[in-house]
Ligand binder design. Structure first.
Ligand code: SF4
Ligand code: SF4
Length: 672
């Protein structure tokens, strides 16, 4: 798929986002159920910690893998390691042999392999037995949640689908919908000689396969046919059954809100009896043969194995701003959202990663906050972009222009350098000094008046800031997020050299993107002995001496945490304290705030490459503010301000203010 096709798919999904209302409602239901049941899982955080340790020690652990294989074999499993996707498909086809019908339960890796399509070409019918998967199979659409694949469809849509499928009227009564499909699936299961399932975990010590499900279908696929094929991946191996139970408990709670799933099957080999003359006969009540196919396909050799820590709970999807708008358009085959594009990219499938939306991630980091494995998908996506750039894959034209502009003009919009410093005309700023104001390209060019306001604010606290004028370079943030590490580092290092030459000890910026892009280079900060602070941090430290007049008539204010300031730099309190000083009341906390903040849609090149997606994400955020009763939404980032204002063009609504605008008003009014 070419990039233009992806752009079209994204635009179409954005335009038709109402069709995913059902998915978003299901997401809310999951979170509501989690809140309801939270007290029943008091050790949730300990379980997450334990999961991180398990994944740390087991993902990519060849020794553990070999141990698991040996114990599985001694338990009577036939074990196949398929190094490639093609090898896996060949191995599974060989196992299915001349059978024409296969019943299957949920398994992401079979979707990654496009197994059903492959077997179809061999004349084998694959019937999904999970109701959601069966619905999606019949509808020919993509699954929208790992454990609720059809959660984007309404029961009316499902009834219509079933009516067409069964050739008779089926009502939208869930009892009828489940009953007709249960009967059909039961018939398929009774006839199938081969059942395929995935595995939620495989344990090395016991050589056991653990399968979790609610419908009971996976047990039937595993137990009733003569042959059970388990298709899974090496990263599903954990040391012990206790560890596997921890995985399943977390997965169930996070994906459904339930404390425990209806069924947990532990399979340690084929069915057998020794009741006749003490001789072993296989296949008494269950399958004679149990085959486990480990699909490697780039996993064991991957340099970056972080995406393999995923347990498929889907929490990241609930919070991902991109997924919430465009659903399964974002993700790689079998793996939804950012984790999917990261997994594909880190296992050598760059094309799949790019086509799945490598450049759609806003790098907001919201997914990491809720991921039980603490996967840093944002970092993984940026690393994958780096690889994609090197391989010359997937970058949209606007990103290429932005990067070349950063290189040549020190801003992403090809604006001549001289223009960047226009705001400072007449302010009589010196070029050297202890405290240097770094305006950054977004403030200088999008909101130049705010740059002057920062100077007013700094002067009001007795600080006469230095400024580099038109020599101010780009901080490297855009380049980093688009995957050009070399350019990003080069720009940041250039900045630090300039700071040193200007005699600066502290650099203050009003852009969290600049603050985080510069601060992350600890070595440069130490080498040049320069500290970088966001204006809210700088003022926060001076709070007792800060003379801020209370502004009247502001109305209800909510504060939007910019991702780069909050999750990236951990600055949450200072902007709130400043708002409280100016308005006389603490800002309204939206349901998604602080480390759980929702994204403004602007980050990591999304507004540049996919403006309609950025607008849709920003609008969601504005709606959250409005729903919380706010009349004004204050934030502390020029990119967020731009995005949150831009999305409201033509529809009016809530006022969006940069924190510096609010403080400058207060400073001015204090002088009167
Ligand atoms: S990346 Fe994390 S949050 Fe997302 S599905 Fe995997 S384990 Fe769950
Ligand atoms: S960083 Fe943000 S946009 Fe990217 S995958 Fe995570 S939640 Fe989605």
């Amino acid at each position: 798929m070419r990039i233009m096709e992806l752009k079209e798919r994204v635009s179409k999904a954005v335009a038709e986002r109402a069709s995913l209302d059902g998915m978003r409602r299901s997401f809310e239901t999951i979170e509501a159920r989690q809140r309801e049941n939270a007290r029943r899982i008091p050790d949730l955080e300990d379980r997450k910690e334990r999961l991180c340790k398990i994944k740390e020690s087991s993902v990519g652990n060849e020794e553990l893998f070999q141990e698991a294989v040996a114990v599985l074999r001694s338990n009577g499993f036939r074990v196949v390691l398929a190094r490639t996707a093609e090898g896996a498909l060949r191995a599974i086809s060989d196992e299915v042999r001349d059978h024409r019908l296969v019943v299957k339960s949920k398994s992401n890796v079979t979707k990654e392999l496009h197994l059903a399509d492959h077997l179809k070409t061999q004349g084998v019918e694959v019937v999904e037995t999970d109701l959601g998967d069966r619905i999606v199979q019949l509808a020919g659409c993509a699954a929208s949640h790992p454990t609720g694949p059809a959660c984007h469809m309404t029961r009316q849509q499902i009834a219509e689908l079933f009516t067409g499928h069964f050739g008779r009227p089926i009502s939208d009564d869930p009892a009828e919908l489940t009953s007709v499909m249960r009967d059909e699936i039961a018939d398929y299961i009774s006839r199938a000689k081969v059942g395929i399932t995935g595995a939620n975990a495989v344990t090395a010590a016991e050589g056991a396969v653990v399968i979790v499900h609610n419908e009971g279908n996976a047990a039937k696929c595993a137990m009733l046919p003569d042959k059970h094929i388990i298709v899974t991946t090496p990263e599903k191996i954990v040391p012990t059954l206790d560890d596997a139970v921890n995985v399943t408990k977390l997965q169930t709670y996070l994906s459904t809100g339930k404390i425990v799933s209806s069924y947990i099957n532990v399979i340690t080999g084929p069915s057998y009896t020794a009741d006749i003359e003490k001789k072993v006969y296989k296949g008494m009540h269950g399958p004679k043969e149990v085959v486990i196919v480990f699909v490697d396909d780039g996993r064991l050799d991957a340099e970056d194995k972080e995406a393999q820590r995923c347990i498929g709970c889907g929490m990241c999807l609930l919070r991902c701003p991109v997924y919430n708008i465009i659903g399964p358009v974002y993700g790689s085959p079998g793996h939804m959202g950012g984790q999917g594009v990261h997994l594909a990219g880190s296992t050598g499938k760059l094309d799949e990663s790019v086509e799945g939306g490598l450049y759609l991630c806003t790098a907001c980091g919201a997914c990491t906050e809720v991921c039980p494995s603490k996967m840093d998908t944002k970092k993984g996506v940026i690393a994958t972009r780096k690889k994609a750039r090197e391989a010359k894959k997937g970058e949209v034209f606007d990103h290429t222009i932005a990067l070349s502009s950063v290189r040549n003009y020190d801003n992403p919009w090809q604006v001549p350098r001289a223009q960047k410093a226009r705001w400072s005309k007449g302010l009589d700023l010196k070029s050297t000094g202890d405290v240097l104001y770094f305006a950054g390209c977004s403030t200088s060019l999008l909101f130049p008046e705010n740059a002057s306001k920062v100077v007013t604010i700094l002067r009001s606290v007795g600080v006469e800031p230095a400024h580099l004028g038109q020599a101010e370079r780009c901080c490297g943030s855009t380049a980093r997020k688009l995957g050009d590490d070399v350019l990003s580092r080069e720009k940041a290092e250039g900045c630090f050299k300039d700071f040193k030459e200007a005699g600066a000890k502290t650099v203050v910026t009003s852009c969290p993107g600049c603050a985080s892009a510069l601060s992350r280079h600890k070595d440069l900060r130490e080498k040049y002995k320069v500290d970088v602070k966001h204006i809210s941090q700088f003022l926060g430290e001076r709070m007792p001496g800060l003379r801020l007049a209370k502004l009247e008539g502001l109305g209800a204010l909510a504060y939007h945490d910019p991702c780069d300031l909050g999750r990236e730099l951990g600055v949450y309190d200072e902007p709130r304290r400043l708002i409280e000083s100016v308005s006389g009341a603490a800002p309204i906390e939206m349901p998604r705030s602080k480390n759980q903040s929702a994204c403004c849609g602007s980050g990591a090149g999304v507004r540049t490459g996919y403006p309609d997606l950025a607008d849709a994400i920003a609008l969601e955020r504005v709606e959250m503010a409005r729903a919380s009763g706010a009349k004004t939404l204050v934030t502390a980032c020029p990119w967020c301000v731009q995005s949150l204002r831009e999305c409201q063009k033509g529809c009016g609504g809530i006022e969006v203010l940069d924190l510096v605008e609010l403080i400058e008003r207060s400073v001015r009014s204090d002088r009167k």
